[in-house]
Design a protein around this ligand. Structure first.
Ligand SMILES: O=C(O)C(=O)C[C@]1(C(=O)O)C=C[C@@H](O)C=C1
Length: 291
């Protein structure tokens, strides 16, 4: 092949200015698309109002969207960045439908909680701190559409905090964050999102129960693992022992009760405290309800 004369090579070489024209065009398109997304949200508000209004949150839909977004991602941009951009887009478009605040329990420290809140909800949504889970549950119970953030693994000092979610009209667990898990997640602290009970929005791939028993029994971890479940919390309550347990949505309270009795753990008092989308692992692209 005959080499091109050097002047010809120079004429086809792209310049920084050319590339910046392309970047400006793409940025303008991205911006226009965000504006167009906002116009759809305007129409969506009207549709939701016709269906009876209520909370704007659809955590099951959000989990689904996040799984799809990270699974199709490729190229130079880190997946952490892509995930955080969409978390902010979705959370802020939820906020513009109906303003809400996020109440966080910072009794275990503020830094990681604040990072997680900003990663999942952005900076437009107000972040309000509480020392302990009690303040978070109370704040969510008394504000219209606010959310609470509580660590999945709380300190022993918090006791069986989940029992406060057991009453029918009390706030419930509606999501578990992050929606997409991986070992080096920049805001990967496992968190429960709590909200006033949502009519049609929380996924039931995983259901979370408060299980009351007289006392601890050595068969409990194995018995619950046989249901595909996990013990997430374990604390004394006024009657004995209270467990926080997550199981796949297909497991019924009656089968759990029977299984616990057969394992020798005694008669269980079982109350649902919420539900959420199954956990999703980015590396294996697998969903699971396991801890
Ligand atoms: O799909 C909805 O119902 C929406 O309100 C839209 C949207 C989004 O911005 O994509 C916002 C809030 C919901 O939690 C889920 C998704």
């Amino acid at each position: 092949m005959t080499p091109l004369p050097s002047s010809a090579t120079a004429s086809v070489q792209e310049t920084l200015a050319d590339l910046r024209v392309d970047i400006d065009r793409i940025d303008a398109e991205l911006h226009q698309l965000l504006i167009a997304r906002g116009e759809i949200i305007d129409r969506l508000i009207a549709v939701k109002a016709r269906q009876g209004g209520g909370s704007a949150f659809r955590p099951g839909r959000e989990a689904d969207m996040m799984r799809k977004i990270v699974s199709r991602h490729r190229g130079l941009l880190p997946v952490d960045t892509v995930e955080s951009i969409w978390r902010i887009i979705i959370s802020t478009f939820t906020y513009v439908q109906a303003p809400y605040s996020v109440h966080a329990d910072i009794s275990g420290g503020d830094a990681a909680m604040r990072d997680c809140c900003r990663f999942h909800f952005g900076f437009t949504v107000p972040y309000i701190v509480h020392q302990g889970t009690g303040g978070v549950v109370e704040a969510v119970a008394s504000a219209k559409g606010d959310l609470g953030l509580v660590k999945v693994e709380t300190s022993a000092a918090e006791g069986a905090w989940w029992r406060r979610l057991a009453e029918p009209f009390a706030p419930k667990i509606i999501a578990r964050l992050p929606f997409v898990e991986r070992p080096d997640h920049p805001a990967g602290m496992p968190l429960f999102v709590i909200a006033k009970p949502l009519s049609d929005a929380a996924s039931r791939e995983t259901v979370v129960y408060a299980i009351g028993l007289e006392r601890w029994h050595g068969s409990l971890p194995e018995c619950l693992a046989a249901f595909g479940g996990d013990i997430l919390g374990n604390a004394a309550d006024g009657y004995g022992l209270s467990l926080l347990v997550a199981v796949p949505g297909s497991v019924t309270p009656q089968s759990l009760r029977d299984g616990l009795r057969q394992a020798g753990a005694g008669e269980a008092r079982i109350a649902e405290v919420g539900s959420h989308a199954a956990r999703f692992d980015l590396e294996t692209n697998a969903i699971s309800s396991q801890k």
